[in-house]
Every structure is written in C-alpha cells, then in structure tokens.
Design a protein around this ligand. Structure first.
Ligand code: UDP
Length: 319
C-alpha cells in the first residue's frame, strides 16, 4: 500500500517541490498549509491527482481527519522563511505566526507523529547558526544568534523547534530527525519575497538596477531546489532518529559575484548599485555537508549556472 506522507508547508516553495517528488515516488501526500506565505498555485498541477490531498489549515490547530487512519511520515516545513522586512511574506512581517508555527506547530506535529507512530523530519535552517564565527558550519557548531534582533523570531523559534524535536526523541521515543536547510533557489520562489536570487533575476531581466545590500562581500552558498528536496527525502529515509543534517550546497560565493553571474546569464544591461545592509545580516554562510555525504550518500549535483539558467527561464515565463 502507498505510504501516507504529511507535508506541512506543502504549498510553499520547497514544500511544493517536495510534494511533486513524493507523488512521483508513489506516496499518498497530504499537504497541510494555511497559505499565509504559500500559494495554492504551487500545487495546482497536483490538485487532480487521486493521491494528493490539500488541506488549508494552520499546523498549530489540531489535525483530525477520519480519511487518514495512518500517517507514516511527516515532513514539517511550514514557516515563513524570508528575512526581507519590506516583503509582504516575510517572517519580519509575520513575527507571531513564525514563532508559533516553529514552536507550537512543531510540538503539535511531534504529538501527531507519536500518535501515528510516524517518522518526523523537522525542516530547520542555517539561520540557527546566526552570524557564524566559523566557516564552514558543521552540525556541531552552536551558532552566534541574537535573541532580540530582527531575525530572532525566526532563528530562535527554529532553535527551540529543534529542542522540542530532540526532547520528544529523547523522552518519548519519537522517530525524528532535523535537517538544516541552507539558501535554496529555483522555480516557484515567491516573486514578491525580496530574496537575493529573486530580486537579482527580476532586476536583470528587466534591465533595472541590481540592488546589492552592503558592499556585496558577504557570502552565501546556494542550493538548487531539486537537490535540496532529494536531501530531505534521503534524510527521512536513511537518516537516523535524533540526528541533525546540514542539507545545502557548499559552493560559496560573494553576493557581488552572484549578482554578476545572474547579470551575465540573463544577458542583462543592468547596473549594479549598493544599498544599506540590513541589521544582523550574516557575513558568511557555507555548510559543511560531510555528514550528509557520508551517512546519507547525498550531495548536491546541480551546478550554480545550470540551476540559475532554469530559474531565469521560469521568471521570464511568469513576468
Ligand atoms: N541581498 C542583496 N540584495 C537584495 C536581496 C538580498 O544584496 O536585493 C543580500 C542580503 O542582504 C543577504 C544576501 O543577499 O546578505 C542573501 O539574502 P537572502 O534574503 O536571499 O537570504 P538570507 O539573508 O536569508 O541568507
């Protein structure tokens, strides 16, 4: 019989790609999303599939459905994830929802996993490392995070979410693992999100100025969404309960370099301009993915240029 998989945040950017892949893999998928930052458009192609069930609901609310007697796996991805204060879909514009979904929502999902004897994967984030003082960041690094800064609603609630999952594993025998997702990009990213990839591509294809915050020397390591989704599935299937896995690409670039690559790939005439750096913007970010490589046999396969070309193509189509 098909395994039943619950994906919270299944109508979001990464969640919707995950739903696609799970359906292709023959799973029955329940997509739970309150559409605060996700969009039903992201899963439109699945709505007529007999193995796909969309439920518009907040993951903090009790999940009761007679239709699903047994849930086998839960991917808990639901959360606003965008740091841009000017974006309508940012965790800075939804601070309370963000704190609740990562704490109460995670607690709720742990209870449901226990009730169904399901495996749980909690999608945490590289943000739990804050503005890291070491590079690359391995899973053992404890981070450098402000408890009161503007990013804290996300960073600290994800950190506490990790604590909740770990306590359920340790004290209640939950079969749970944690993945820390690093910067991920690809088709279906929210066009209004204000993230670097989206802004740079939108600006480049319209030949508008490309806005670099700060001097562009800060680094990020960008992972194509198909690689990221494969990493999450491997962590669910091969990962051990109680373990934490960094899932990201370790191809580190400066933001300036990144903007120049997008400009070139889009054949753009944009000029590059510099604007003030947001508060608490991390200076560097690069995952150490040795653990995922060794224990899950996972590593990212899609080169930055290739992934960016696909993403540029997507944004040209939807403009
Ligand atoms: N950034 C930028 N211009 C933009 C949007 C973002 O220079 O138009 C910078 C941002 O300040 C950060 C980096 O690009 O240093 C990555 O930002 P993003 O929002 O994509 O992700 P995160 O900060 O969560 O890593």
């Amino acid at each position: 019989m098909n395994k039943t998989t619950l994906v919270t945040g299944g109508a979001g950017f990464i969640g919707s790609h995950l739903c696609d892949r799970l359906i292709k893999n023959g799973k029955k998928v329940i997509c739970l999303d309150n559409l605060l930052t996700g969009s039903q458009k992201n899963v439109a192609q699945l709505l007529t599939n007999k193995n796909f069930f969309f439920i518009k609901q907040d993951v903090c609310e009790p999940f009761v459905s007679r239709k699903f007697a047994k849930i086998d796996e839960i991917y808990h991805l639901a959360s606003p994830a965008d740091p841009n204060v000017n974006s309508p879909v940012s965790y800075m514009t939804h601070p309370f929802e963000t704190m609740r979904v990562n704490t109460e929502g995670t607690w709720n999902m742990c209870e449901i996993a226990l009730k169904h004897k399901a495996k749980l994967l909690f999608a945490s984030t590289s943000e739990i490392y804050g503005d890291p003082q070491i590079s690359p960041q391995g899973e053992d690094y404890r981070g450098n995070v402000s408890t009161t800064g503007p990013r804290a609603v996300y960073d600290e609630s994800k950190r506490f979410g990790e604590t909740i999952v770990s306590a359920f594993v340790r004290n209640k025998n939950l079969n749970g693992r944690i993945t820390r997702i690093f910067n991920t990009y690809g088709p279906k990213m929210n066009p209004n999100e204000g993230r670097a990839v989206v802004n740079f591509i939108k600006q480049a294809i319209k030949n508008e100025s490309i806005t670099i915050y700060g001097d562009g020397s800060q680094t990020r390591s960008f992972c194509y969404v198909d690689d990221e989704v494969e990493g999450l599935i491997m962590a669910m299937e091969k990962g051990k309960s109680g373990e934490v896995y960094n899932i990201g690409n370790d191809d580190e670039r400066t933001i300036l370099e990144f903007a120049k690559i997008i400009k070139k790939l889009a054949g753009s005439k944009s000029q590059i301009i510099f604007e003030p750096l947001p508060e608490d913007d991390p200076v560097q970010r690069k995952p150490d993915i040795t653990k995922a490589k060794k224990t899950l046999g996972w590593y990212p396969k899609i080169a930055l240029e290739k992934g960016l070309l696909r993403t540029i193509q997507y944004f040209r189509k939807i403009q």
